[in-house]
Design a protein around this ligand. Sequence first.
Ligand code: GRF
Length: 215
Amino acid sequence: MAVRAPKRLRVAVLVSGAGTNLQSVLDHCASGAIDAGVVLVFSNKRDAAALDRARRAGVPTEVLEPSGLGREEYDAKAAAIIDRYGPELLVFAGYMRIVTAGFVAHYPDRIMNIHPALLPSFPGVHAQKQALDYGVRVTGCTTHFVRAEVDAGPVILQEAVPVEAGDTEETLTQRILEREHELLPRSIQLFAEGRLRVEGRRVRIMPPAGERGRA
Ligand code: GRF
């Protein structure tokens, strides 16, 4: 009997910048470390370096620049483009736009974001600088489902990163990024395995399929 390859989750990654998280997702997909494939990289910025990473990996790219478009109009157009690729999950990997409630509702519990702090501490931009300025000893990174409120959705996974005495924004950013590059693929894999259940504010992580229902 033919062995069927496991179904791979269709992922669209939304980016605005360097795309190191995108690269990590692409690498984990290519090596088979996660049961997912990137079907589209979408950017609101034509010059995002992340687009070159997508092209090198042979992944389709789409760009929609916001000039002249209202937020609702932009998000409606973006969703129409994204939907042509049939993604099952959207991943915001450094996507620097605040999305509308309509966009979020169009993908219920199907948008994941990665943020470089332990939410709900330090939401918004420059989270690493916020952490340094506040003087916390520990910060980190968070994956969460996206809600219309910025960086406020149910938490999927978090990883702590200690702040060191000599840290600058750059050194702290780099150490957090290293953790992000593991946390995001792990979160996508949990989604691919159907193990994430959103219950109000909380995300329950179910046991692997083979272990469910055992006493
Ligand atoms: C990451 O720190 C991510 O957590 C934040 O934006 C940054 C994107 O970096 N949302 P990159 O484009 O993945 O390198």
